[in-house]
Ligand binder design. Structure first.
Ligand code: CA
Length: 375
C-alpha cells in the first residue's frame, strides 16, 4: 500500500469508528472533532536504546538491532530506534540509570544486574534452581500476569516500564579443569560465577570470582580461576573456553533460563501514540520468541562442534552436589529476601507459581523427555 493511500484509509477508518460509537450510545449530541483520535502519520519518533552488551554481541546484542528493525518496519518508518552498545553512550552497567533518567528512552539488559538497586529485580531474570524459560514466561505474561505486574511495581519508582527481551534457555553448568565428584571438590574452587549462585558456591567452600568477559579465557587458561560458567555451547565456543578447560558440565543449575529485558522510560512512553506503544510491545514479544529459538538452534549446532570436532568431555554434576547447591542457594535467597520486603513478596509469588507448575511440568515435559528422547 502506498503511503498516501495508507494515510487516507487510516483517517477514514477512525472517522467511521467515531460515527458507529455515537450511534450505539444513542448520543443526540454530535461528536466533536477533538474526540476523534486522528493519528498524524507524518510525525516520526526517534528514540535511543542503550544496552548492557556490545552492539553486535551474538544473540544478546543482535536482539536489540532486530527490535529496532522490526519497530521501524511495523510502523512504516514512523518510529526509529537507534541502538547503542555498552560504552557507546553510557557504560553497560549504567543502562538502568540512563533510561530511568531519560538519557535514552529505552534500554536492553537483564534485571539481575540491578539487584544492587532493588534486590527483588533478580527474580525477573533467574535464580539458582529456578524456573526455565517457558515457566518464567508463563509467570510473567500468562494467566493473570502476576510476574509482570510485580516487575512493573518494582521498576515504577524508577520511572521505568519493563518488557520481556528474550531468554537464553537452560545454560550450561560451566567449564572445569578438574572433575567434580563430590561437594568436597568445590572446596577452594575458584570459579567465575555471579550473583546468588556465587553465594551458594561460597557456602560450599568455593570462591566466587568476578571476571570481565574479555578476561575469562586468559584467567581460566592460566589457572587464575579453576572454573567458569558462561552461557552455552554457542557463546562458550566463541570465547574458546574448550581450549582453556577440560570438562564441560551440565546442567546449568544456576541459570535454568535467564530472562532478559527491555526497559522504557515511563515519560517517553506516555508521549507515544497508542499504536506505536503496541508496536513496541509486539516487537519485544517477537524478540522473546526469536531469542529462545536462536539459542536452541545455535547451541545444538555448536554442541555438535564441541563434541565432534574439539573432543570436549561432557560431564553431569552428581546428584549429591546438586542437592547441596540447592540447599545453599535456598539459604542465599533467604538472606536476600530477609532484608527486603519487596523481594520477599516477589519470591513468594515466584515460588508459588513454580511449585504449582512443577506437577504439570513433571507429567508433560519431563515425562516426554524422559520417555521419548532415548527410546
Ligand atoms: Ca551465565
Amino acid at each position: 500500500m502506498k503511503r498516501k493511500e495508507f494515510i487516507k484509509k487510516g483517517i477514514l477508518g477512525t472517522a467511521a469508528i467515531g460515527t458507529t460509537s455515537s450511534l450505539i450510545s444513542c448520543n443526540s449530541e454530535p461528536q466533536k472533532d477533538a474526540e476523534i483520535p486522528i493519528i498524524n502519520f507524518n510525525k516520526t519518533y526517534e528514540w535511543r536504546l542503550t544496552t548492557v552488551w556490545g552492539k553486535n554481541f551474538p544473540v544478546f546484542g543482535e536482539s536489540a538491532n532486530l527490535l529496532a528493525k522490526w519497530v521501524s518496519e511495523m510502523s512504516n518508518g514512523r518510529m526509529n530506534i537507534k541502538i547503542f552498545g555498552s560504552g557507546e553512550l553510557v557504560p553497560g552497567y549504567e543502562t538502568f540509570d540512563a533510561v530511568s533518567m531519560g538519557v535514552t528512552e529505552m534500554g536492553g539488559g537483564c534485571s539481575y544486574y540491578w539487584q544492587g538497586k532493588k534486590p527483588a529485580a533478580v527474580f525477573f531474570a533467574t535464580i539458582p534452581f529456578g524456573m526455565n524459560a517457558q515457566q518464567a514466561l508463563s509467570w510473567l505474561i500468562g494467566g493473570d500476569q502476576e510476574g509482570m505486574n510485580l516487575w512493573k511495581e518494582v521498576y515504577k519508582p524508577f520511572d521505568l516500564i519493563p518488557f520481556v527481551g528474550g531468554n537464553t534457555g537452560v545454560q550450561m553448568g560451566g567449564w572445569f579443569n578438574k572433575e567434580i565428584n563430590s561437594i568436597e571438590d568445590l572446596k577452594g574452587l575458584k570459579m567465575r560465577i555471579p550473583g546468588l549462585a556465587g553465594k551458594a558456591l561460597e557456602k560450599a567452600g568455593g570462591a566466587a570470582v568476578n571476571v570481565a568477559a574479555g578476561e575469562i579465557f586468559t584467567n581460566l587458561e592460566r589457572g587464575v580461576i579453576d572454573a567458569t560458567e558462561w552461557v552455552g555451547p554457542y557463546h562458550d565456543y566463541k570465547l574458546g573456553l574448550h581450549k582453556a578447560a577440560k570438562f564441560y558440565y551440565t546442567p546449568g543449575w544456576h541459570e535454568a533460563g535467564t530472562q532478559l529485558e527491555f526497559i522504557v522510560n515511563a515519560k517517553a512512553w506516555e508521549k507515544l501514540p497508542k499504536d506505536l506503544q503496541e508496536i513496541i510491545h509486539t516487537a519485544t514479544l517477537r524478540v522473546q520468541a526469536w531469542m529462545l529459538a536462536e539459542f536452541d538452534a545455535q547451541n545444538g549446532l555448536y554442541l555438535e562442534k564441541l563434541i565432534n570436532e574439539e573432543g570436549v568431555t561432557l560431564k553431569e554434576f552428581p546428584d549429591e552436589v546438586l542437592k547441596y547447591l540447592k540447599k545453599y542457594s535456598k539459604e542465599a535467597i533467604d538472606e536476600l529476601i530477609g532484608s527486603d520486603p519487596m523481594a520477599k513478596k516477589v519470591y513468594e509469588s515466584y515460588l508459588k507459581f513454580m511449585n504449582r507448575n512443577k506437577a504439570w511440568s513433571k507429567i508433560t515435559e519431563q515425562a516426554y523427555y524422559n520417555k521419548i528422547l532415548d527410546i
